[in-house]
Design a protein. Structure first.
Length: 305
């Protein structure tokens, strides 16, 4: 799998998403039918579909992976828990936060049963629970899980990528709590780690977004715009026009509006809505909210040509 992962990383870094999908599918076809190896590869494929906002395909493939692990008697394993974690992350992305939290806790129990409390998968679940509880508005719980994740990461060796992701996650919680100084402290450390890496990390974009939001909160809108645009560029490189891409464009539109650039805001939000409709559907709440805002901007633009 090391050779597979190395090639996959190179393809992701090159931004060749068609080649990524083709390579994973080719490797899946060459694996044993019903084998744990195929289940692991299905997890990779579902993760790719999740990242590119092909959400229905992603859910189906995650469930195929879980089914194979179950047939092989591997329910109480870190491999099974990792797929549960990824499926729960998909539900969180789709807005089904309660279902996501239920699966996250189920995955934690399986990892604890397998003695994997210090594993990357376990810490990742803690980070994802922090995100889920943020979405539920339960910020005290979000802070607890984010702090636990960062503490475990700092106690591990050679995990600067994961430490940076945990720092960003904790910064986002502090941002929600209005603790801007703490948020800035943690996101600054995260960005220093990302900027010092030899290769661009897939999570760098999220940290740039968090930092841009802090700039917005402190009135530094020009810096916020630059940060969001850098985040958009990296998101497009790794995932193409996915949900995060659309949300980042919506954020750029918000900053454009704050700067008085209504035509720019309309252009950015129009493209965001296009991507949301494709990925989430026209009836999803995020899409509807964004379309409503776009109509307000268009009306404002008509009154002030």
């Amino acid at each position: 799998m090391e050779e597979f992962n190395d090639k996959l990383d190179r393809l992701y870094s090159a931004g060749d998403l068609a080649a990524v999908e083709a390579f994973i599918l080719e490797t899946v076809a060459g694996s044993g039918d019903g084998s744990p190896e195929r289940a692991g590869l299905y997890n990779e494929l579902a993760g790719f579909y999740k990242g590119t906002s092909r959400l229905i395909e992603s859910e189906d493939i995650f469930k195929l992976s879980l089914g194979i692990f179950e047939e092989n008697g591997m329910i109480a394993t870190s491999e099974y828990a990792t797929v549960l974690l990824n499926l729960a992350g998909l539900y969180r992305m789709k807005g089904d936060v309660d279902k996501a939290v239920e699966l996250f806790h189920g995955a934690i129990k399986k990892l604890e049963g397998a003695g994997e409390q210090n594993s990357y998968a376990y810490i990742s679940i803690l980070n994802n629970l922090a995100l889920a509880y943020q979405a539920k508005g339960e910020y005290a719980k979000a802070l607890e899980y984010a702090q636990r994740a960062l503490s475990l990461m700092r106690a591990s060796d050679d995990r600067e990528h994961e430490i940076a992701a945990s720092l960003n996650n904790l910064a986002a919680v502090y941002l929600r709590l209005g603790r801007l100084d703490a948020a800035q402290e943690h996101i600054t450390e995260a960005l220093e780690i990302y900027e010092g890496m030899d290769e661009t990390d897939v999570h760098h974009a999220a940290a740039l977004t968090t930092n841009a939001v802090i700039h917005c909160r402190t009135g530094n809108h020009r810096a916020a715009l630059e940060g969001f645009r850098r985040s958009l560029e990296l998101t497009s490189l790794f995932f193409g026009e996915n949900i995060e891409f659309a949300i980042c464009r919506r954020s750029i539109a918000e900053v454009c509006e704050l700067l008085g650039d209504i035509p720019g805001a309309i252009s950015e939000l129009s493209d965001a809505v296009r991507v949301m409709e494709k990925a989430l559907g026209r009836d999803h709440q995020i899409t509807q909210d964004s379309r409503g805002k776009l109509e307000q901007l268009q009306a404002l633009g008509d009154r002030n040509p």
